[in-house]
Design a binder for this molecule. Structure first.
Ligand SMILES: [Ca+2]
Ligand SMILES: [Ca+2]
Ligand SMILES: [Zn+2]
Length: 590
């Protein structure tokens, strides 16, 4: 038997949708399981869509076809070590530099080579070879320059495995929207034409009406929003459901669109619009009948109220879990200017029980350490040794909630020379608990000696062990802050912290309202330059620019936000419940 070879090429003209009529190769599999040996191996770097490896990507594409099959089913054998050969009656799915000894031409992404029993018109073997000379990835959304999306190519090749051919190369050629067309494009899901083809070949006999493509009845709307304002992009679709949604953002001045990892519903709200959000937003609506793209809505970001240096952080606080060893809370703060500054530092434990914190740390111990590593002061009972009246008076003047007389909450009223300091909060109780560390500027505003940042390191695990930073922005107008949730960078020199969180994510709230979220600071890509510049301007260390392939880390989270006066909280947690030591930082950007 001669193998029949089907090739998928890299580029081609766009095709308009028209009357649908798939094309077939003239054979099918016998009813039952179609076993494919997935032998694609592991990618060198983690995949943007989160798939564990190439075989998982291929298995996802098989599932998409399986949803349309009646009398047969594609059954993957992941990480198979079956013999790889064309003509062995084993369906091999492999990444190779050549097609069983024949070179790939430069435009071919992948081929499917099949054998058919002419007497029965049943397939006996279908091998799929992806061209390993190319750079592969797996992502959603429009095609990206310089990298191939293995998932959509696999979807196409598995269509050949089932017996579908290229409609655009049929006789006569068809003009249909189909993943089975001979060139790869922005289409990344099965269309009604592909589905009709698969059902015609593998119908159950009880075929209902074909699912229809999603039809968008309300498009996302373009808008001009000032910095700090709110923007909700949304889409409404009808047709065969259920639908899933993905949103893509193309920043002004950027050549390509990137997916917004948190925008996976019919609508998504940016609660505090920032300059970097300017660009276009497009929805991908996917249903059983295929995929439809919305119009691109443009967000234009106008200047909000003028920034003012008179606005300050009146109070910085962080809340986190204190345990033994690495579980202590370590808060760093910086005093700038040329003269000493009076500050009130508090470590609340028992006082938190009164405001509904279930696992409040019974007896926090507060120790202030100078930049040279020497301990400046220590406290574990705020009103011991005659300190009570001065601390209580300062707290009242600064609007801090009162500590109970004789409680085991800790506080220090200190005068600090310009420099960097560390407050270490440890707990005497082996069970640990949640503590809150607060730093207050204890002087009247606008003295030229300011608290400009707080950074707190603590243990993070699941949804309950998170680090929360509080910002009280006080003054006549908005001010810009750099907020970071650091983990992967701590794994590297000079930190070398082996327990660091592998993949932190950051959320910003005003009251209970989620304003923004960021998992990895390279999303969106166009924001990175401003984040680097803000770190340099505030003296913050540089964040790791790349993921660690060996440790399979994500990236640190970061956001640069202009905030109007008010109370905000930033929350650092582990992406997907990841656990480890994380660092949350808030910097005032000069
Ligand atoms: Ca084979
Ligand atoms: Ca992350
Ligand atoms: Zn093809």
């Amino acid at each position: 038997m001669t193998p029949r070879i089907l090739r998928l090429a890299a580029t081609g003209a766009g095709l308009a949708a028209a009357a649908s009529a798939y094309d077939t190769t003239g054979g099918t599999w016998a009813s039952g399981d179609i076993v494919l040996h997935l032998q694609l191996g592991r990618p060198a770097t983690p995949l943007p869509d989160g798939a564990a490896d190439w075989n998982a990507v291929a298995a996802g594409a098989l599932d998409e076809w399986n949803a349309q099959l009646g009398r047969s089913r594609l059954v993957p054998v992941p990480d198979s070590n079956a013999e790889v050969r064309n003509g062995n009656r084993i369906n091999n799915v492999v990444l190779r530099p050549d097609v069983f000894g024949t070179a790939f031409d430069s435009r071919t992404l992948a081929v499917t080579i099949g054998f058919t029993n002419r007497a029965t018109a049943r397939f006996t073997e279908q091998d799929v070879v992806f061209n390993s000379n190319l750079t592969w990835s797996s992502y959603r959304g429009p095609l990206r320059a310089g990298t191939r999306d293995l998932r959509r190519v696999a979807l196409h090749e598995f269509g050949h495995v089932l017996g579908l051919d290229h409609p655009d190369e049929a006789t006569p050629p068809q003009t249909v929207s189909a993943i089975m067309n001979s060139t790869v494009g922005n289409l990344e899901a099965l269309t009604a034409d592909d589905i009709a083809g698969a059902r015609a070949l593998y119908t159950t006999g009880s075929s209902g009406p074909l699912p229809t493509l999603p039809v968008i009845v309300a498009q996302p709307q373009s808008r001009t929003v000032p910095v700090g304002g709110s923007y909700t992009f949304s889409v409404t679709a009808t047709g065969s459901g259920p639908f899933t949604y993905a949103w893509f953002f193309r920043a002004d001045g950027s050549l390509f669109a990137e997916s917004l990892p948190f925008a996976i519903g019919a609508s998504y709200t940016l609660g505090s619009v920032q300059r970097g959000d300017a660009g276009t937003y497009t929805a991908y609506v996917r249903g059983p009948g295929g995929l439809t793209l919305s119009n691109a809505a443009r967000l234009t970001v106008s200047s909000g109220p003028a920034l003012t240096p008179a606005t300050q952080l009146a109070n910085l606080s962080t809340r986190g879990r204190v345990e033994g060893g690495v579980g202590v809370l370590i808060a760093g703060l910086a005093v700038t200017g040329s003269a000493p500054k009076s500050v009130l530092v508090r470590a609340a434990g028992p006082a938190l029980a009164g405001v509904g914190v279930a696992d409040a740390l019974p007896g926090p111990r507060l120790r202030m350490v100078g930049g040279d590593g020497r301990t400046l002061a220590e406290n574990e009972a705020w009103d011991a040794a005659g300190a009570g009246p001065a601390v209580a008076a300062a707290a009242q003047r600064l609007g801090a909630f009162p500590f109970a007389a004789g409680s085991r909450d800790a506080a220090l009223l200190l005068t600090l020379a310009p420099g960097t300091y560390t407050a270490v909060i440890a707990g005497g109780d082996p069970r640990g608990g949640t503590a809150l560390v607060e730093v207050y500027d204890a002087e009247p505003a606008a003295t030229g000696r300011r608290l400009v940042n707080i950074a707190t390191r603590g243990w993070i695990a699941g949804e309950t062990h998170v680090l929360i930073a509080g910002l009280v922005v006080t003054g006549p107008g908005p001010r810009t802050y750099l907020i970071r949730g650091v983990g992967p960078t701590l794994l590297r020199p000079p930190f070398n912290l082996a327990e660091a969180l592998r993949d932190p994510q950051l959320e910003l709230f005003r009251g209970e309202t989620l304003l923004r979220e960021n998992d990895d600071w390279d999303t969106p890509l166009n924001g990175m330059a401003a984040l680097r510049a803000a770190a340099a301007a505030t003296g913050a260390f540089a964040l790791a620019e790349t993921r660690d392939n060996f440790l399979r880390t994500g990236l640190d989270g970061a956001m640069l936000v202009t905030l109007t006066p008010g109370n905000y909280t930033a929350k650092l947690s582990g992406f997907g419940g990841d656990a480890g030591v994380g660092l949350i930082e808030v910097y005032e950007v000069p």
